[in-house]
Design a protein around this ligand. Structure first.
Ligand code: TYD
Ligand code: MG
Length: 428
């Protein structure tokens, strides 16, 4: 329970039944004036794409992510590019001192040092600054540290965050200032903050990845000005975030080709992405045994395990099962089922699916063991071919059940394309 200060009560209880307001005149949508606005390009291709083609003037964008993921780095780089393109920008830092932000900016190139900054946490001061400066784009880092002294809650509490965002929004909309709000999210996605703002802002972007790994994905969870399917891939380097345009190539060359490894032709928004799905199956004494999923949904893993047991003849009830998408990428689509199942089967048998080139797969598993079609099959196969993957198992390929897909796995063994170790193990 958090105490919230109430706004002053309306004068006089038992208000009169008749409204005292002025009546509005409805317009048909065709008559409504909607001038085409020109978007502001941040110069970071992946960021612009996720936004739907750049920042819309006067819009409110919330960028959520775990601490240390790179939110400040991304927004500073975006402001630097906008400033270099002649836009008026402002960086409002509540979290770090101006000196700390400068140290980061030094790593991001010369333009980053041109970005004007104010460091304060008082909402009134920040709003007054915005009124005076009237930038085209401003960054508020972070929405959780700004506070309104008139409210009782601590900075970051629900009432404070809502008030701060609401008032920033009013200024942003009335003055046409595009505002990027940075918000922290815990691993569980909770903590008073970003979640309570989702309905208020125009776009909600989520910046994800594991801090220990270099890959980061930026995805849109809500976008009033574009698609929510877009995903941008970045890599954290010494000199800031670098866009990864050829993510597929990266993940395919890194694929291990060992038992338990399958390349998944996934769709990330409107573009195909090849990622390596890895599985490990190890005997276990634990009851119930462990099921760990990294980068794929746990429920999806449970379903695949059940279908494998019932329709594929692989019962992994006495084994620990680990499934992970290499590179720290998260795949959230039914098309991942088949790749997960094949990786598990390959891991359980200790047999590498293919010796020279990794096997690629995609398709959804039905509860009766059938393979289901998923969207954009042509683009997925095209992406796999582009990177030299010849063997692609998918529902459009005459393979209609999981059993048939698993049979392909066995046949590849008989053809002799077995991983060396497994072959010698079998011989032994
Ligand atoms: P930061 O943007 O401060 O994260 P957030 O604002 O989301 O909390 O940066 C996170 C990490 O990135 C930080 O630990 C240092 C690292 N980093 C680099 O590796 N290279 C760089 O050029 C920069 C600026 C940061
Ligand atoms: Mg930060």
């Amino acid at each position: 329970m958090t105490e919230e200060k109430r706004a002053s009560a309306p004068a006089g209880r038992g208000a009169p039944a008749r409204s005292a307001g002025r009546a509005l005149t409805p317009l048909s949508l065709g008559q409504v004036q909607a001038p085409k606005v020109k978007r502001l390009c941040t110069g970071i291709g992946e960021f612009d794409r996720v936004l739907g083609g750049g920042v819309v003037p006067g819009s409110l964008v919330l960028i959520g992510g775990a601490p240390g993921i790179g939110k400040s780095t991304l927004t500073t780089a975006a402001l630097a590019n906008l400033a270099a393109a002649g836009r008026k920008v402002l960086y409002i830092s509540g979290e770090e001192s101006a000196a700390q932000v400068k140290l980061r900016a030094e790593r991001l190139g010369p333009h980053a040092l041109e970005v004007p900054i104010v460091a304060d946490t008082d909402l009134e001061a920040v709003l007054a600054t915005l009124e005076v400066e009237r930038p085209d784009v401003c960054v508020v880092d972070s929405v959780q540290v700004l506070y309104d002294p008139a409210l009782t809650g601590a900075p970051g509490s629900v009432s404070q965050v809502r008030e701060v965002a609401g008032r920033l929004m009013r200024v942003a909309k009335s003055r046409g200032i595009a505002t990027l709000l940075v918000g922290h999210v815990t691993k569980e996605g909770s903590l008073a903050g970003p979640r309570v703002l989702e309905h208020l802002v125009d776009c909600v972007l989520s910046f994800e990845g594991e801090r220990e790994r270099t890959y980061r994905t930026l995805r849109a969870l809500k976008n009033r000005f574009g698609s929510t399917n877009e995903v941008g891939v970045f890599e954290m380097h010494e000199e800031g975030l670098v866009e990864v345009e050829d993510a597929s190539a990266r993940f395919v060359t890194e694929a291990t080709r060992a038992p338990g490894s399958v390349v998944l032709c996934a769709m990330e928004g409107s573009r195909p992405l090849l990622v390596e799905v890895q599985a490990l199956v190890a005997p276990s004494e634990l009851v119930p045994p462990r099921r760990m999923a990294n980068g794929v949904d746990r429920n999806r893993l449970a379903l695949v395990l059940a279908v494998l047991a019932r329709h594929g003849g692989f019962s992994l009830g006495s084994a620990d099962v680990f499934v992970s998408v290499a590179g720290g990428v998260r795949v959230d689509e039914p098309g991942a089922d088949l790749a997960i199942a094949l990786a598990l089967a390959s891991a359980a048998k200790g047999i590498a699916i293919s010796a020279e080139k990794p096997l690629a797969a995609f398709g959804e598993l039905g509860l009766t063991g059938e393979l289901r079609h998923v969207a954009h099959a042509d683009r997925r196969t095209a992406e796999a071919r582009k990177f030299g993957l010849e063997r692609i198992v998918h529902p459009g390929d005459g393979v209609t059940t999981l059993r048939q897909a698993l049979a392909l796995l066995n046949s590849s063994v008989e053809e002799g394309s077995v991983g060396g170790e497994a072959a010698s193990a079998r011989a032994a």
